[in-house]
Ligand binder design. Structure first.
Ligand SMILES: *[C@@H]1O[C@H](CO)[C@@H](O)[C@H](O)[C@H]1NC(C)=O
Ligand SMILES: *[C@@H]1O[C@H](CO)[C@@H](O)[C@H](O)[C@H]1NC(C)=O
Ligand SMILES: *[C@@H]1O[C@H](CO)[C@@H](O)[C@H](O)[C@H]1NC(C)=O
Ligand SMILES: *[C@@H]1O[C@H](CO)[C@@H](O)[C@H](O)[C@H]1NC(C)=O
Ligand SMILES: *[C@@H]1O[C@H](CO)[C@@H](O)[C@H](O)[C@H]1NC(C)=O
Ligand SMILES: *[C@@H]1O[C@H](CO)[C@@H](O)[C@H](O)[C@H]1NC(C)=O
Ligand SMILES: *[C@@H]1O[C@H](CO)[C@@H](O)[C@H](O)[C@H]1NC(C)=O
Ligand SMILES: *[C@@H]1O[C@H](CO)[C@@H](O)[C@H](O)[C@H]1NC(C)=O
Ligand SMILES: *[C@@H]1O[C@H](CO)[C@@H](O)[C@H](O)[C@H]1NC(C)=O
Length: 427
């Protein structure tokens, strides 16, 4: 008896070579905990461990704090135009490994769509939330308990509508923390602005700094910072890659820090590129519908940086193997686009010219279905989990860490999740 148990345990530990939790929110209020495992025979499995409610009816975004084992969930609450909610959870092993235990929730202004967690002085924490209609709110967080309380609320207005139908009013869409952890950056899709806030690390109060204006009708949605390698006693350059949803482009900027916490200036550098890449052979009508959603920075094993973008409603792939192994019907699919960035030597400066091709289209691959709203890179960099909203599935693709190329077919997928809005990797 003892021998066979020991043997079974040995088999179990040697056949699973790695396991990582994946948390997935759906626009039906469910948060699903998955276990993604790699077996010794190089097969992958995505197993559902648990489903949690408690994040309203329209969960739109997940924010994870691995250090304190907290998960924050935004609820867009489609039923109301005036209010929505935010919930917090502790990651526990009570029901199953990595299951979620609700801590609290709070009614907040309408349409929270994205958040960032800022670590202040002495273990304090701030959750900053972008509300599509038309606000930025912040909450002080007790990281030990995951309880939170409203701190500030900025409401935005516009004197007249923007040039595109999506721009009747300001639409803050993301909060990003800059690499020096002094500023919050808020792309505003409705106002064609990148809003900038200074964060006082001690009081956690944020204060507005001059915004960056982008070309009218761009519709900035998400962005990502990149630091060029620094040499000893020298700063690297700080670049920001802004993904615009309406014009469907990546706009590269060089970022300069003003003295006395005065804010940031963004200077365009290098050519802007289409979010779907070079596009030479792409159907222009299909391309015109593209509404890119997510942009992430990744690195190759060589240290070279790469950008990955998810493109929605640009269904370039018409005959893709069904991610559901039980279903032989081919699917149509939107795309993931990869781009390479130059690998600069430490301290080397980017050539200072508008025509520099900083962002070079690399590949366009299927996203696992329609409307890849969100995707997340596995901590090892070798997998990309895609939340495929309209197809109601999660698809996990292999990413080659040497080349940055993403596999055309997923290594694992899970169907029937409702409209997937967001996903984050756990441990
Ligand atoms: C939430 O998930 C549970 C468990 O998978 C499922 O039974 C339920 O139908 C889901 N809820 C919705 C609204 O889809
Ligand atoms: C690989 O291992 C897994 C888990 O042990 C097993 O379920 C699967 O059938 C194996 N696949 C192959 C192709 O042997
Ligand atoms: C939220 O808004 C709805 C109307 O959309 C209202 O009925 C409800 O009372 C509000 N809830 C709170 C807690 O303010
Ligand atoms: C912003 O709007 C909310 C209602 O969503 C209101 O409660 C709050 O007082 C407003 N804040 C400011 C600074 O105007
Ligand atoms: C943070 O800790 C430092 C050093 O212990 C202390 O001097 C400072 O007053 C603390 N700040 C706050 C806001 O508690
Ligand atoms: C999707 O793209 C097509 C063009 O291919 C466009 O006609 C349509 O309005 C777009 N739909 C959405 C929801 O953006
Ligand atoms: C198989 O996939 C097709 C294409 O996505 C879909 O329309 C169909 O409902 C699926 N069938 C089943 C049984 O899931
Ligand atoms: C970027 O900005 C930094 C800081 O202002 C400056 O030193 C550098 O030359 C700029 N690089 C480019 C390519 O404009
Ligand atoms: C870059 O382009 C802008 C706008 O077209 C122009 O004002 C600027 O002089 C150009 N800078 C360089 C270095 O070519």
């Amino acid at each position: 008896m003892f021998t066979s148990l020991a043997l079974a345990a040995l088999v179990a530990t040697t056949s699973t070579v790695s396991a990582t939790k994946l948390y997935v929110s759906s626009y039906n209020g469910n948060i699903t905990t998955f276990d993604f495992t790699k077996s010794a025979n190089a097969s992958y499995n995505l197993a559902r461990l648990d489903t949690t409610t408690g994040c309203g009816t329209s969960s739109s975004w997940l924010e994870i704090d691995l250090k304190h084992r907290n998960l924050f969930c935004l609820d867009e609450n489609f039923a109301s135009t005036v209010n929505a909610s935010i919930a917090s959870f502790k990651i526990t092993d009570e029901k199953s490994a990595g299951s979620l235990k609700k801590v609290t929730n709070a009614i907040v202004p309408a349409a929270p769509v994205h958040s960032a967690l800022y670590d202040g002085a002495n273990g304090t924490q701030l959750l900053a939330v972008a509300h599509y209609t038309h606000a930025l709110t912040t909450y002080t967080v007790d990281p030990q308990t995951a309880k939170f309380a409203l701190s500030q609320n900025f409401n935005f207005t516009m004197s007249k509508p923007g040039p595109k139908p999506q721009q009747p009013a300001p639409h803050p869409h993301q909060v990003v923390i800059d690499p020096t952890k002094k500023y919050l950056i808020v792309p505003d899709l409705g106002a064609d602005l990148v809003r900038i806030y200074y964060v006082d690390p001690t009081t956690l109060q944020i204060s507005e700094r001059p915004s960056v204006t982008v070309p009218p009708g761009s519709g900035p949605r998400h962005g990502v910072f990149h630091l060029t390698p620094r040499a000893a006693n020298q700063r690297g350059e700080t670049h920001f890659y802004l993904l615009t949803e309406i014009s469907a482009m990546i706009l590269p900027f060089n970022v300069t820090y003003l003295p006395n916490n005065g804010g940031l200036t963004f200077t365009p550098i290098g050519k802007s590129v289409w979010a779907y890449g070079s596009g030479a052979n792409l159907d222009p009508v299909v391309a015109s519908g593209n509404a890119p959603a997510e942009i992430r920075l990744a690195y190759l094993k060589t240290g070279a940086p790469q950008l990955i973008v998810s493109n929605r409603n640009a269904t370039f792939f018409r005959d893709v193997k069904n991610p559901d192994p039980k279903n032989s019907t081919a699917i149509v699919s939107d795309s993931l686009a990869t781009f390479t960035l130059p690998k600069l030597a430490p301290g080397a400066a980017t050539a200072n010219a508008n025509e520099t091709q900083l962002v070079t289209p690399q590949a366009l691959t299927p996203a696992g279905g329609l409307f890849p709203r969100s995707f997340a890179l596995h901590p090892n960099g070798d997998m990309v989990a895609v939340g495929v909203q309209t197809s109601e599935r999660v698809a996990i693709f292999h990413r080659c860490v040497k080349t940055g190329l993403i596999s055309k077919e997923p290594v694992a997928a899970f169907e029937g999740l409702g409209q997937v809005s967001s996903l984050v990797w756990g441990v």
